[in-house]
Design a binder for this molecule. Structure first.
Ligand code: NAD
Length: 419
């Protein structure tokens, strides 16, 4: 398995956003140095046996970026493009995301460089169990708590939890979140990231005078985040006119029937052959007429090249890192509002936090209670950002970094630097 090489660092994008906010906060050089270095980066080999009997070796990563506010927290990604740079950027963003929504967690991320579409369920299980076993000493409910990300599912979280529990000789559901309900998952977790996206989108749309019944939404990526965001936008009365996945993009000015698209993906695993919209290119999807655009796939979707062609009034970043700093400047100049990833997709980690709390209590909440608590967390913190935007005349992204950095710095100063 070769490791993908990116031309421009994803972590570099994160640092550029960090520096803009750190300048406004007049953060000193020492604190900047601490916050721009990950606490721990772990790289290891995952030898495993194919069903055919042959052996292969993949590379696994876990980056624990910060423990300042609590146990490290962040998903695990299985994708051919996983690199140390990408995992570090995602762990960096988890640090700010947990702080923006005021959760008692630091930030982490993990991944395996692999193409899951070429793996059987048995092969996936062997890779996951080896990945978990390699991390037994450094994860745990008070150390580091993984969760799902691109191409990782509740079943994969179940194998992770079982492997860890076997090694420590006791049942530890709180070692990982995003588990199936039967083994300590939380109601509402599967939809949580998409739900959070729609909660903040609706609030910002109201502030912009966009009524749901007159608004069209285009969504890139139809996985955990994009699919449930589409469903919930449609339920709230918006017209979803464009969707896409790795197989292509589909557009219907009259509105795509989201339920049909979900059923189609359940049956066929992806949107290839979906007839509920005209097939268009990914570039056409991003440049389509719409009110709200939700990137919910991977990083670096909006760049200096295509940002001037985007027609949406509001971008809600379901994905992590979809906008490069060059594109962010263009959006700002053009008056396109962007709800940044570290706020927009924080619904997932918020309900992961609720899952961790419920696992530790051994007492589980009804779905309505989870959803109500999620809405409070998302809106309370979005409103904080909107206030900073007015005070500092900055973007929502800079406001989010400012709020998050301030919270992490306060924790760091109280704890002190142990040396
Ligand atoms: P997923 O694996 O469930 O779905 C990813 C989707 O993106 C799939 O439909 C895939 O086909 C599509 N995709 C991949 N490459 C694409 C391309 N080039 N063009 C169009 N579509 C493409 O992953 P997910 O969990 O939905 O994660 C999506 C994004 O949201 C990632 O950036 C992830 O880090 C972020 N995120 C996920 C969660 C979560 O709870 N799952 C939480 C916060 C943020």
């Amino acid at each position: 398995m070769t490791t993908a090489v990116r031309e421009v660092s994803v972590f570099g994008d994160g640092i550029a956003y960090f520096n803009e906010a750190a300048d406004l906060l007049e953060l000193d050089a020492g604190m900047r140095a601490i916050l721009t270095h990950p606490s721990r980066q772990i790289i290891f080999s995952i030898p495993f046996q194919r069903d055919s009997g042959e052996f292969e070796v993949y590379t696994g990563y876990r980056v624990q970026y910060s423990f300042a506010r609590g146990a490290a927290k962040g998903g695990i990604r299985y994708h051919p493009g996983v690199t140390l740079d990408e995992v570090t950027a995602l762990a960096f963003w988890m640090t700010w995301k947990c702080a923006v929504v005021d959760l008692p967690f630091g930030g982490a991320k993990g991944g395996v460089t692999c193409d899951p579409s070429t793996l059987s369920m048995n092969e996936l299980e062997r890779i996951t169990r080896r990945y978990a076993a390699e991390l037994v000493e450094v994860v745990g409910p008070d150390k580091d708590v993984p969760a799902p990300d691109v191409n990782t599912t509740p079943q994969i979280m179940a194998w992770f939890m079982d492997t860890y529990s076997m090694h420590v000789r006791q049942n530890v559901p709180g070692v990982v979140t995003g588990k199936p309900l039967e083994i300590g998952g939380s109601r509402g977790r599967v939809e949580a990231t998409g739900r959070g996206v729609t909660i903040v989108a609706m609030d910002q749309m109201a502030a912009m005078g966009l009524k749901p019944e007159n608004s069209s939404v285009v969504i890139q990526g139809f996985g955990n985040v994009g699919m449930y965001a589409a469903k919930l936008f449609a339920e709230r009365g918006c017209k979803v006119t464009g969707i896409s996945d790795v197989t292509g993009a589909y557009y219907n000015a009259a509105g795509i029937h989201v339920g049909d698209a979900m059923d189609y993906v359940k049956k066929n695993h992806n949107l290839e052959g979906f007839t509920g919209g005209d097939k268009i290119s990914n570039a056409q999807l991003l440049e389509a007429e719409c009110d709200v655009l939700v990137p919910a796939a991977l990083e670096k979707v909006f760049t200096g090249e295509n940002a001037s062609k985007v027609k949406a009034k509001l971008i809600v970043e379901g994905a992590n890192g979809p906008t490069t700093p060059e594109a962010a400047k263009i959006f700002d100049q053009r008056g396109i509002i962007v709800i940044p990833d570290i706020m927009a997709n924080a619904g997932g980690v918020t309900v992961s936090y609720f899952e961790w709390v419920q696992d530790r209590m051994g007492y589980f909440w009804k779905e309505a209670e989870v959803n109500e608590k999620l809405e409070d967390v998302m809106l309370d913190n979005l409103h904080e950002l909107q206030k900073i935007v007015v005070e500092k005349k900055c973007t929502l992204r800079t406001a989010a970094y400012m709020l998050a950095i301030d919270r992490v710095v306060k924790a760091l100063r109280l704890r002190g630097v142990y040396a």
